[in-house]
Design a protein around this ligand. Structure first.
Ligand SMILES: [Zn+2]
Length: 127
């Protein structure tokens, strides 16, 4: 007889506060990764100068559109590397949709894809 397929049970806590706490333990809290008050200030200044999502404006992840930037994205994932974190040449104004969806997936595809994106945005390749 066919076995009933296992049901999907997400691992870890379902409570969002608990989930966040676990994520922080895995990769360090946002603050410990560099998202300090100083960053908030620098990011706000950057977004004043770059008010639109550059990914949307250049049609990187879909049709060209003009959408407000919600945040400053690090083109190259910094993983807590403070030098990379503060390299403004690789800051990109991004909407939440681009940042949390296609950009995350692209980062998962690896460095060649990020390099291709850098080229497309007219940024230097990280060497
Ligand atoms: Zn966007």
């Amino acid at each position: 007889m066919a076995k009933r397929p296992a049901r999907f049970h997400p691992r870890g806590p379902v409570n969002p506060v608990e989930r966040q706490r676990e994520a922080d333990q895995r990769r360090g809290s946002a603050r410990s990764r560099g998202y300090t008050a100083e960053w908030d200030k620098a990011s706000a200044a950057f977004l004043d100068e770059n008010p639109f999502c550059e990914y949307c404006a250049k049609g990187v992840f879909g049709p060209v559109d003009t959408v407000s930037a919600d945040l400053t994205d690090h083109l190259y994932p910094h993983r807590g590397d403070q030098e990379l974190f503060w390299r403004a040449i690789w800051w990109v104004g991004s909407c939440t949709t681009c940042h949390s969806g296609p950009k995350q997936r692209l980062e998962g595809q690896g460095l060649p894809f990020i390099n291709a994106l850098a080229k497309r945005l007219g940024r230097p390749i990280r060497s």
